[in-house]
Design a protein around this ligand. Sequence first.
Ligand code: SAH
Ligand code: AVI
Length: 332
Amino acid sequence: MEPPTPSELPIQIDSHLDGSHERSLAEDALDGLTRPFKELPPKHFYDARGAALFDRICELPEYYPTRAERTILEERAEQLARLTGAVELVELGSGTAAKTRVLLDALDAAGTLERYVPVDVTESMVRECAEELVEEYPGLSVHGVIGDFERHLDRLPPACGPRIVAFLGGTIGNFLPGSRRRFLRAIARLLGPADHLLLGTDLVKDPRVLRAAYDDSQGVTAEFNRNVLRVLNRELQADFDPDDFEHVALFDQQHEWIEMRLRARREHTARVAALDLPVHFEAGEELRTEISAKFTPERVEGDLAAAGLELALWLTDPQQYFAVSLSRPRAV
Ligand code: SAH
Ligand code: AVI
């Protein structure tokens, strides 16, 4: 038998990082660590260790978003498949695609499923989930994109029919409001008239529930937070001692977002050798590593409308902790 040609193989993986991710880390570190209020973007948490820590976070009793979103998808995936008629699922920040299986099952049962397009910065996750999924779903093709969804949306393969672009887990909350709207507009530009955006958003709730979710009793989130220092040490030959920093998670009532920070336990100067950069910390000084915005229905609808999208379905779990919205390009 002839070996299959590349277009017949069920897996294709494109990588758009080749060195550019390290460059973006270097730029982000130079920019963020020299500001009066130090800051790093959250995408640098996710090396293989960070991704594994995030998986452990998803299992924690305090971290409700994963369970709540899964409950919603389990209850409504069939309706989503019927409403969208999607042949293709594109997933931004796909991770291990754990909850994605619920959607793939529904599209498969509806007889429409043809292709899955996972997009993630973590190479190992894209490759591993592609291999697992073609085994689990005979006939499915997977076109993985290893890339930065803020820079590489234009590199997605052309649609092969009606598609769902999924952005789950509440990751949209990790953008500041201005970039959030810009990003939603960029996603909207990907959508044709028959396509839909499936967006997971964490909802505003009792601050005690929120704080516990980001400061768990086993210290897994603290380790995840400090992981960004290990990434800097390895990739930019820095000498941060993670033990010099305390994990901080606070709920900012005014902005309705969680902030994760790393607070220096003592005055010291770390060095980022690759940038020839000394980074001085006063005792108690904080480095912001993530915001995680919490939403009201009005905030989600406003953001979608600003991107030219209209809500088709608003789904929540029984506790109203989390929402999954389905939206589509507004008819003009
Ligand atoms: N969607 C999964 C994973 C969420 S964790 C879930 O709902 O559980 C966030 C994921 O987004 C991680 O897998 C991380 O590697 C990825 N990610 C974060 N910033 C990214 C970026 N700028 N570009 C591409 N992927 C990114
Ligand atoms: C990926 N993102 C939606 C998670 C969140 O809840 O903001 C990342 C995370 N940070 C701490 N715990 C989980």
